[in-house]
Design a protein around this ligand. Structure first.
Ligand SMILES: Nc1ncnc2c1ncn2[C@@H]1O[C@H](COP(=O)(O)OP(=O)(O)OP(=O)(O)O)[C@@H](O)[C@H]1O
Ligand SMILES: [Mg+2]
Length: 294
């Protein structure tokens, strides 16, 4: 079997600050001895309540922040040993989609420039080739050529998140950290964006580290689930196993808090009358189709 695209081992991140006399003190132990891996083409969800350390794990996975201890191997390379020029190149293969498309895109860049920028950063493709790649991708994410000359403020949240997806895809990565990628969107737009992410994964074999507190979404998307609490891993397994037979009481309480038959459930094709095949919710499959520009 091939190496995982991401392997995180015994990872710890302690946020520190300095007091008035310059002495460092611990502010928060955000990640505490976490080990998790993501194989090629699979989706591993990181779930847990607010403050559990999910986003910190996502940032550590791409070395956007430095770990306090532990190792991160990305695409077979130990990130700590990489020089900044190598890291820059690595960022073509491993990218990120953030929660809030309103703040993750530079308001001064046109959509064309926002999508093309990562290619420029890694020095890939000449101007013409970049324009061609951006032109292809804008349509693949469900937008049109006319959107390319616009600015972020002219687009809706759903459209902006499609732009953020195109930007994350332009360098043809094999791994993407998706940090609550639809949390800022309304429910029907969420379904469209999730379907898009899933279709792109199938087409391109991309692996996702999918950070979410939305356990319904996670069940639809993830192959495996890692449950975090207070920076530590409390449970990890296939999505099916974790949802059917959670081993920790924390996971059980998270699963029990999923509202049944909510508007979100209906949008994602989960009618409230669906027969329950587990104690925690219906056996679901993604039933929302199409991808209109929202
Ligand atoms: N730069 C920082 N300095 C100090 N503490 C931080 C910093 N960033 C995050 N934290 C703290 O670390 C903990 C984990 O934060 P993190 O953002 O990883 O949580 P999360 O699981 O993503 O939460 P949410 O679901 O709200 O996004 C939180 O208690 C947070 O306040
Ligand atoms: Mg977060």
């Amino acid at each position: 079997m091939s190496d995982p695209v991401l392997r995180v081992t015994d990872l710890t991140k302690v946020y520190t600050a300095r007091n008035l006399i310059g002495r460092q003190y611990v502010v928060h132990r955000a990640v505490d001895g976490l080990s998790v891996s993501v194989d090629a083409g699979e989706t591993v969800a990181v779930v847990g309540e607010s403050g559990a350390g999910k986003s910190t794990v996502g940032r550590l996975a791409l070395r956007l922040i430095e770990p306090t201890s532990g190792t991160v191997e990305l695409l077979g390379r130990d990130l700590a040993s990489m020089r900044s020029s190598e890291l820059r190149k690595m960022r073509a293969h491993a990218t990120m989609i953030f929660q809030d498309p309103y703040t993750s895109l530079n308001p001064r860049l046109t959509i064309q420039s926002a999508i093309a920028e990562p290619l420029e950063v890694v020095g890939a493709a000449d101007r013409r080739e970049r324009a061609r790649l951006v032109g292809d991708l804008i349509e693949r994410v469900g937008l049109t050529q006319a959107h390319l000359s616009r600015y972020p403020y002219e687009l809706s949240g759903g459209q902006l998140q499609r732009v953020a997806i195109a930007r994350a895809l332009i360098t043809q990565p094999s791994f993407i950290v998706c940090d609550e990628p639809v949390a800022a969107l309304d429910v029907s737009t969420q379904a469209q964006v999730i379907n898009l992410l899933r279709d792109l994964q199938r087409e391109r074999g991309i692996a996702y580290l999918f950070i979410s507190h939305d356990l319904r979404l996670v069940r639809l998307l993830a192959d495996r689930v890692a449950v975090m609490r207070g920076g530590a891993l409390v449970e990890e397994g296939t999505t099916d196993a974790v949802y059917r037979q959670p081993t920790s009481s924390y996971t059980k309480s998270l699963l029990n808090s999923i509202p049944a038959g909510s508007p979100r459930a209906r949008k994602f094709g989960l009618p409230p009358t669906t027969p329950r095949t587990t104690p925690h919710g219906p056996d679901v499959s993604m039933a929302v189709g199409g991808r209109s520009g929202s």
